[in-house]
Every structure is written in structure tokens, then in C-alpha cells.
Design a protein around this ligand. Structure first.
Ligand SMILES: *Cc1c(COP(=O)(O)O)cnc(C)c1O
Ligand code: SF4
Length: 355
């Protein structure tokens, strides 16, 4: 019999958090130091001055906002970098495109309880803030009002009342904006109140923070997220394998080690990830960090984002390209959002006939 004598060095997950925060600063500091000036972004990345006028004009409609933790993953001097394309405003955003809307999901009129969107049986969206860790150029949020639009205490209480009154709801989805833009004290209170509602089973968080500012995964966050009777699910938003650096991988490991179920949703974006090989690499990297693919969304048809559009036929081809080459569980569901009541539609891949 062979006796193993390999010594494994155990790193305490809490030490990892401490080390990461000492190097990079707290997530609030990182967020407050995000680059909002187009000239500054071009300088940091050594990009051509010719990009400046478009960046300035685009930023006037929807502010440039990108933290240094994300900029560090962008290749210097490459105007076509897939991460840069998601954050740098360009002149094409000002082109008005037929069929694209200023409110593509038609969500504005029918929120009777502020912050709640209840379309599907069993789960509802609770959208407490319009703030985010990054401003993504393809997002429908680009036309929402600029002022800080966060639920106040009364509105929270009214949302809890609504959820309490509907016993068919078993899962609350904190979405946004980005719910992790709220501080941990507020979120701890919210989760405590939700856990008191007997018919709730799960708490789901839709967030791009762990990808953009992985330092957001603090001890306090782990406490409120995993110290509740509600089963925690986190759906991150990652679009390209280059977004997954060592800090993101560490943040994912921390969440997993604390029992959080991790899923990913992506947006399918021309010039970013409209390619089966890129999406396979994304799924592979995420899976190695314990994250399962969930949705791949066709673009919401929002004015200013038409240059990101991948048509449905092409999207279905990309999906079938993925299924030819990788394990079935690494393939996300292709989905489209329809305006109005019908909501999300899952679209089948375009399978080629094999004889
Ligand atoms: C996407 C979405 C959900 C969540 O749907 P799942 O298919 O469970 O991920 C819930 N409510 C609304 C309004 C949505 O758009
Ligand atoms: S809601 Fe999501 S996609 Fe839109 S800007 Fe915020 S982080 Fe980006």
C-alpha cells in the first residue's frame, strides 16, 4: 500500500479576501476611482486620438464608467479588443436605427410596486437600484434617468408586503442595475426580511460585479448571502473569456466554497463573442471556476446598440457550432426578450442535417 505524504497548503478563504483588498483597495474605492473621462481611458490604453470625438459624443448620452480592475484586462493599443468594445463609447451609438427602441422591454409603465417585476410564476424580479459597477454600451439601461434611483425604506417595505401576499412566489431575484451596488448593511437587512417570508425558498442575485470588481465579494457579503435559510444562487454576467482573470477565479472559488450555486448569463455581441470558439472557451473557463452556463441573450433592441446585433439565424448557427464541439452542459440556452407580456423565449440551435 502506498501512503500519500503530500502536504497540501490550505489557504484560508478569508485570508484571500484580506490580501486582495489590501492590494486593490475596497470595492467602494475601486468604484469611486472608475474612469469616466474618455481621454483618460484612451491614454491608459495607448489608443488612437481619432477615437476621442466618438467617445465624447457617446459618453454624453450614456456616461463612460469603467473601473481599473476591468481596464487591466484590456489589451493595450488594440481598438478591437473585445472587452474595450463593451465599455468604450463610439460615434455609432448616435445612429438612430429603425426597429430599435428607447424602452425595448416595454417595462416602464406597468410597475405597480416600484422595483418589482412579476411576469413569471414562482419567481419575481426585485430591482432595487439603477447603479452598476460598469456601464456596458449594449445595455438597455443606457436610456434610464441618470439620477440615483434606489428604493427607499418605504418602497422596500411595500415590496416585502407584495411578496408576503403571494404565496406562489418561492424565489426572489435581486436584479438591477446591479443589486451589489448597494452596501452590505442594506443587503443584509433585505435578506433578513425576505427570510421571514415562509413561502420563499431561494434568493437569486443577478450581478456583473464579481466579474468587473471581484473585490465586491467581501466577508460581509458572504455572511448575508450564505448565513440565511434561503438557498443562495448567483447569476453572474460574463461575456468573454478574457474577463475571467485570477481575481475573478478566486472570487468564484470563495462563493463556491461557501455553498453558492453559480450560473452565468451572457449577451451575444457582434465583435465581442459572436463566435463558437470564443463562447466555448468562455464556458470552459467559467466551468473551471465552478460556474455553469445559463443564458445567452440576443441583444435587446435598444437605440445606440445596433452595432452589437447578431441576427437570430447567425446566433442559431453559432449555437450548433458549439454543440458539435463541446459537452452539452457547457452550452447556454439561447434566449430573446420580447417587449410586453410574452417575456423571454428560448430559441433552438440550428442543427445541420448529418447523414
Ligand atoms: C428572466 C426573468 C426572470 C427569471 O427567469 P428564469 O428563466 O427563471 O431565469 C424572472 N422575471 C423576469 C421578468 C425575467 O425577465
Ligand atoms: S445592468 Fe448589467 S449590462 Fe447593464 S450596464 Fe449594468 S452591469 Fe452592464
Amino acid at each position: 500500500m502506498i501512503t500519500r505524504s503530500v502536504q497540501t497548503v490550505q489557504t484560508n478563504p478569508d485570508d484571500i479576501i484580506d490580501i486582495r483588498q489590501k492590494i486593490a483597495g475596497s470595492w467602494q474605492e475601486i468604484l469611486s476611482q472608475a474612469v469616466t473621462n474618455p481621454q483618460e481611458l484612451l491614454d491608459i490604453l495607448g489608443l488612437d486620438q481619432a477615437l476621442l470625438p466618438g467617445a465624447v459624443v457617446g459618453s454624453q448620452q450614456f456616461q463612460l464608467q469603467v473601473p481599473h480592475t476591468y481596464i487591466a484586462r484590456i489589451r493595450k493599443g488594440d481598438p478591437n479588443d473585445p472587452l474595450l468594445r463593451q465599455v468604450l463609447p463610439i460615434g455609432e451609438e448616435m445612429v438612430i436605427t429603425p426597429g430599435f427602441s428607447f424602452d425595448p422591454l416595454g417595462e416602464k409603465p406597468k410597475n405597480s410596486h416600484r422595483g418589482i417585476l412579476h411576469k413569471y410564476q414562482g419567481r419575481l424580479l426585485l430591482m432595487p437600484t439603477q447603479l452598476c459597477g460598469v456601464n456596458c454600451r449594449f445595455c438597455f439601461r443606457r436610456h434610464f434617468p441618470y439620477e440615483e434611483n434606489t428604493l427607499n425604506r418605504e418602497e422596500w417595505l411595500s415590496a416585502f408586503d407584495y411578496i408576503r401576499s403571494d404565496t406562489s412566489v418561492t424565489e426572489v431575484i435581486l436584479s438591477g442595475g446591479d443589486p451589489l451596488a448597494l452596501n452590505d448593511n442594506r443587503l443584509a437587512w433585505v435578506v433578513e426580511e425576505l427570510a421571514k417570508i415562509p413561502h420563499l425558498r431561494r434568493l437569486r442575485i443577478h450581478t456583473r460585479f464579481p466579474v468587473v470588481i471581484p473585490q465586491r465579494i467581501t466577508k460581509e457579503l458572504l455572511n448575508w448571502l450564505t448565513g440565511t435559510r434561503l438557498q443562495p444562487v448567483m447569476v453572474i454576467h460574463c461575456n468573454h473569456p478574457d474577463e475571467v482573470d485570477a481575481d475573478v477565479a478566486d472570487a468564484m472559488k470563495l462563493l463556491r466554497d461557501h455553498g453558492v450555486q453559480l450560473l452565468n448569463q451572457s449577451a451575444l455581441l457582434k465583435g465581442v463573442n459572436d463566435d463558437a470558439d470564443v463562447l466555448i472557451e468562455l464556458s470552459e473557463r467559467l466551468f473551471s471556476c465552478g460556474v455553469m452556463p445559463y443564458y445567452l441573450h440576443l441583444l435587446d433592441k435598444v437605440q445606440g446598440a445596433a452595432h452589437f446585433e447578431v441576427d437570430e439565424q447567425r446566433a442559431r448557427q453559432i449555437m450548433s457550432g458549439m454543440s458539435d464541439q463541446c459537452s452539452g452542459y457547457l452550452i447556454p440556452r439561447l434566449a430573446r426578450e420580447n417587449a410586453g407580456a410574452s417575456g423571454k423565449v428560448v430559441i433552438a440551435p440550428l442543427y445541420s442535417l448529418k447523414i
